[in-house]
Design a binder for this molecule. Structure first.
Ligand SMILES: Nc1ncnc2c1ncn2[C@@H]1O[C@H](COP(=O)(O)OP(=O)(O)O)[C@@H](O)[C@H]1O
Ligand SMILES: [Mg+2]
Length: 243
């Protein structure tokens, strides 16, 4: 198996605060990995460094064996990694379909929609993340939180990347929407997508991941299969705030 994403001795300091503390992990191609930890543990900051939105203080980030740690964000997306945001970030003056269009890259590996004309692909992608046909020409201002999250998913898929980082992908979703997005992630995982998924909804996360990495204060405290990590004493106490 080929390693898709590799983080080695990653450190991020914000002034005196160590947000990422000598963190190392790797994800094999096609694996789906959960990244968990209490609020403020540093999950989003890890995503920001992988995408080049924050420059790491030190350490290495490799994508398919190549160091991407000093590339621009667009360059990293072109090389195959993209992310969703905890707080959705649509272009507010564009419709759902237009938002999806601006994310598109010609080298999309999303097999289901690969060979179809552009407009058809955009519609199919929008419908596959759970939009109804009447939503497609709405501006984001008219969308529910759940729909904004679906749009985040669709835009990230549209980049054509093969490694997806999903930040709090279920936050603000109804039970039905969680099931819908969860099924989509499972299907994409089956089709070979590599995932790193942050979710505080651990019940929704469990069926989507092959393994889990737990962090607290920016440092790894446990790694392994879901149940073992849940049973880990350090993980339990970190969630109780009684470390
Ligand atoms: N841009 C920033 N400047 C200063 N501190 C930050 C910044 N971004 C995050 N932090 C701090 O880094 C720590 C980790 O935050 P974050 O990565 O957002 O955690 P999580 O996503 O796990 O909730 C927190 O203490 C947070 O306050
Ligand atoms: Mg976060």
């Amino acid at each position: 198996m080929k390693t898709a994403l590799e983080i080695e001795n990653l450190v991020k300091r914000f002034g005196g605060l160590v947000a990422t503390d000598n963190l190392s992990f790797h994800i094999e191609q096609g694996q789906s990995v959960g990244l968990i930890g209490p609020n403020g543990a540093g999950k989003t900051t890890v995503f920001a460094q992988i995408m080049g939105e924050h420059l790491q203080t030190s350490g290495t980030i490799r994508l398919y064996g190549k160091d991407i740690g000093s590339d621009s964000t667009p360059e990293r997306i072109r090389k195959g990694v993209s992310r969703t945001y905890q707080v959705p970030r649509p272009f507010t003056d564009m419709t759902v379909l237009e938002n999806i269009r601006v994310g598109q890259m010609p080298n999309s590996i999303w097999q289901m929609i690969k060979s179809k004309p552009q407009y058809e692909k955009e519609v199919e992608l929008a419908l596959s993340v759970g939009f109804s046909k009447t939503d497609l020409h709405k501006p984001p201002g008219e969308l529910s939180m759940g729909d904004l999250r679906k749009l985040e998913m669709a835009r990230t898929i549209a980049t054509g990347s093969s490694v997806m980082l999903l930040d709090e992908v279920f936050a603000g979703l109804t039970v039905a929407e969680i099931a819908q997005i969860g099924a989509l992630i499972q299907q994409m995982h089956k089709d070979g997508m590599t995932f790193l998924i942050v979710s505080h909804d651990l019940k929704a996360l469990e069926p989507l991941v092959d393994s889990v990495i737990a962090i607290n204060y920016g440092a790894k405290i446990a790694e392994g299969n879901f149940n073992d990590v849940m049973d880990n004493d350090n993980v339990r106490s970190s969630y109780l705030g009684a470390a």
